[in-house]
Design a protein around this ligand. Structure first.
Ligand code: BEZ
Length: 219
């Protein structure tokens, strides 16, 4: 059965560009972003890993560690990092998992339908990992899952935006509306009565009886 939001992110051991890791231990007490790419030395992936590297400080500000994964070996990742720097100007300082035997890819359901059993003789179309993203909380539970096709590069600012929303809504009884960004008005959840909303948020607007908006709580 595939992984779902609120499942415990499966633990695993793996080789990475920064040595062997035990995933839960590596996450520690903070947040984590595990993201897969199909194949090293390919154009979209090169731009993606550079974009993620360029946002390293933003992820760190949010207490989120980043780790990449593909079924390419660690030695290939190490060589490819030079191309990523050349193409995007960014050094990949986060670890990259070399998942040659597809162990993690299978555990996290990162392979497209019809994928083969090993990385031998693979083509990008069969047993390469798709573009998956898992946001994992300090409780080791999966908070978000995204899957993009091979030909569509991800918007890594969206991952940051989602972390902002997930961290805010874990702390306050609010949800965030479509296209919300940090600092913008939020939605008061249905569990909060109008009376309680005044106590918690000071004031709010009733757009519809079930859609009440208030300023983003700051504390
Ligand atoms: C790419 O990164 O450009 C790519 C990788 C695998 C399949 C298709 C495109």
């Amino acid at each position: 059965m595939s992984l779902r939001i609120n499942d415990i992110a499966p633990d695993f051991t793996a080789d990475t560009t920064q040595g062997p890791i035990s995933f839960h231990e590596w996450i520690g007490s903070g947040w984590a972003v595990l993201f897969s790419h199909p194949k090293n030395f390919t154009p979209v992936c090169t731009t993606e890993l550079g974009a993620m590297a360029g946002l390293a400080a933003e992820f760190s500000k949010r207490g989120a560690k980043v780790i990449g994964i593909s079924v390419d070996p660690v030695e290939s990742h190490a060589k490819w990092k030079n191309d990523i720097k050349t193409a995007t100007g960014f050094d990949v300082e986060y670890p990259l998992i070399g998942d040659k035997d597809l162990k993690v890819a299978k555990l996290y359901d990162m392979l497209p339908a019809g994928a083969g059993e090993s990385s031998e003789g693979r083509t990008p179309a069969d047993n390469a990992t798709v573009r998956s993203v898992f946001i994992i909380g300090p409780d080791k539970k999966i908070k978000l899952i995204l899957t993009y096709p091979m030909t569509t590069g991800r918007n890594f600012n969206e991952i940051l935006r989602a972390i902002d929303s997930i961290q805010l809504t874990a702390k306050h009884q609010v949800a965030t509306p479509a296209n919300w960004n940090q600092g913008e008005d939020v939605i008061i959840t249905a569990a909060v009565s109008n009376e309680d909303a005044i106590t918690r948020f000071g004031s709010f607007d009733t757009v519809l009886p079930y859609l009440r908006k208030t300023k983003q709580p700051t504390a």
